[in-house]
Design a protein. Structure first.
Length: 258
């Protein structure tokens, strides 16, 4: 009973109230900053600003709560300094990832929401943190890549520009009228609303394969509609070939026996 009476309950309650209020204030302020920054900047910049405001405010309230409990800040800062030195020696990889993350933030090769491909693994950027970048793959899995590895890798950003070119290779039989086929395909491209007129669509002979004349069909579309338009154009090309009796030969091997 004496031990309980010796506890400074008002200070403890006040410190807990500071933590709760600090969390609510930091959360509310960070959400307001997120909405404000999102209107003028990218989602990625809004995310960084929201986290910076939240942790800055919460740390201020957290330090105030510790002071209310009687902790000496000089002792805490000295302990933090020793802890920081220990971490710097024990976690060189984390430091490298941190520096790489800062470079990625300023260089901005991609932003949150972009579709990128790293080492042949495509996906949508979910977050760019100081130590790692998280990507949601098209299969619905989470891919976490350390920033140091990301800095050393080739990054293909498929959402960087507002336009992308759809390229479809299709082989037609050698006895087909290639000019007529090209005209039909161009008419198809020009009739599709999702195909942009600038740059204009093109169809040309890509190569003479063993069993067919390979045509390359190219059309520019909006980046946001790339996957949908690519699938639609493939389907429409197949429909045109069936309707116009355009033969799409499969590879054949002729063996002559003496």
């Amino acid at each position: 009973m004496d031990a309980l009476s010796a506890v400074d309950w008002p200070s403890i309650v006040y410190a807990l109230m500071l933590l709760v209020v600090g969390f609510l204030v930091a959360k509310r302020s960070s959400n307001l900053v997120d909405k404000t920054v999102t209107k003028r900047f990218s989602r990625h910049q809004a995310m960084l600003a929201r986290r910076l405001v939240f942790y800055s405010l919460f740390i201020i309230f957290f330090i105030s709560a510790l002071k209310q409990l009687g902790f000496q800040m000089s002792v805490l800062l000295g302990a933090a300094g020793v802890f920081t030195v220990a971490i710097s020696f024990a976690s060189q990889t984390a430091a490298s990832n941190l520096i790489s993350g800062i470079f990625l933030i300023f260089e901005r090769p991609f932003k949150v929401g972009d579709v990128i491909s790293v080492k042949g693994a495509p996906g949508t950027v979910e977050s760019l943190d100081l130590l790692s970048t998280k990507i949601k793959t098209f299969e619905g899995t989470l891919l976490r890549i350390p920033n140091e590895m990301l800095m050393k890798s080739e990054i293909v950003n498929m959402s960087y520009f507002p336009k992308r070119r759809v390229e479809i290779l299709i082989g037609v039989a050698y006895d087909c009228d290639v000019e007529q086929v090209k005209t039909l395909f161009l008419a198809l491209l020009n009739s599709e609303k999702g195909v942009l007129t600038e740059p204009e669509p093109q169809v040309f002979i890509n190569q003479f394969a063993d069993s067919s004349v390979e045509l390359k069909v190219m059309a520019w579309v909006r980046t946001k509609e790339f996957a949908k338009m690519r699938n639609r154009l493939r389907e429409q090309i197949k429909i045109v070939c069936d309707k116009e009796s355009i033969e799409i030969p499969f590879p054949q091997l002729t063996i002559h026996q003496d």
